[in-house]
Design a protein around this ligand. Sequence first.
Ligand code: XMP
Length: 310
Amino acid sequence: MDCKAFVEQQVDAIRRAVGDGLAINALSGGVDSSVVTVLGHRALGERLKTVFIDNALMREGEPEFVVEAFAGLGIPVQRVNARQEFLGALAGLTDPEEKRQAITATFYRQVFGRLVRETGARFLLHGTILTDIEETVAGIKRQHNILSQLGIDPEQEYGYGVLEPLQTLRKDAVRELARHLGLPPGITDRIPFPGPALATRIVGEVTPERLATVRAATAVVEEELADTQAFQYMAVLLQDKATGIRDGRREFGDIIVVRCIHSIDAREATIVQLPWAKLERICQRITALPGVNRCLYDLTPKPPATIEYV
Ligand code: XMP
C-alpha cells in the first residue's frame, strides 16, 4: 500500500467533508481508532475533539493507557463517563445480537448524540474497517460500528454525519498505516480488541460482577500470552456453571474459556499450539480468581467458530 498517498487522500477528504465545522471521534486505544485519530488531527487540528468513552466494558487500566499514550503524541483526549448508560442498556439482555444492538444504540444515539449537541460537531470520524462491513453485510455478526451498510442513515437517525476513512482497509493494512504515521509500538502492535469490548467476552448477561470476573481473567491471559506474537488472545466467561471444590467445599462456579489464534486479517483463524506448561499456568491463575473453578482452552478455528463468542 502507498501509505503516503493514502494519508494525503484521506486528510483531504476529511477536510472537504467537514469544511470549517467541527468533528468528534471516539478513541478506544485500538489500532483502528488510533489511526483515525491521527488522520483526523492532521486534517482538522483542534477542530477535532477526541473522546475516550468509558463504557464500563473496558480492560483493566485502559482509560489511563489511552489518555497517556496520546498525550505523548500531543493529542488531548477527553474521558467521558458513560458507565451507567451502557450498564443500564445491557441489564437483563442475554441474546448476542440484542446486546450488540443495545451497545450500538447507546454509543450512537445516546452518548454521541449528547456529545454532538454539546460540542456543535456535525461529523463523527469512525474507525470502521472492511472486515467489519463484510461480516455485518453477510449477516454473520452485527459489528457495533456499522450503520449505513445496514440501511441506517446516521444524519437522519442521530443528527450527524459519519466519516469512515479506513473502510477500504483490513487490519494488516491499518497496522502498516499506523507505523507510517509514527504511532508507538504499544499501539501499532496491539492485539485487536472489539468496540463492544468485554461485552463480546461474556456469554449471557453483562453485569458489573461478571465484568469484574472476565476483566481479571483477561488481565491474566494478556499477561501470559503477550510473548506469543499471536494475532489475538482472550478470556471468555460462559453462561454455564460447573461444580468444583474450593477450600474443601462444593462450589457451583464460573467457567472461563481461553482463546489464542493466528490470523492475518480476522477473516479466518487457526489455533496457536501453546506449550502445555503455559496452559497449565494460565489454568492455575484463572481458577484462583474468585468464583471460577474451570478453565478451558478453545481449539476451534474460524470457521466454523467466529473469533469472539458474542
Ligand atoms: P469475529 O468474532 O467476527 O471477529 O470473528 C473478527 C474480528 O473483529 C473483532 N470484532 C469487532 N470489532 N466491533 C469491532 O470493532 C465489533 O462489534 C466487533 N466484533 C468482533 C474481533 O475481535 C476480531 O478481531
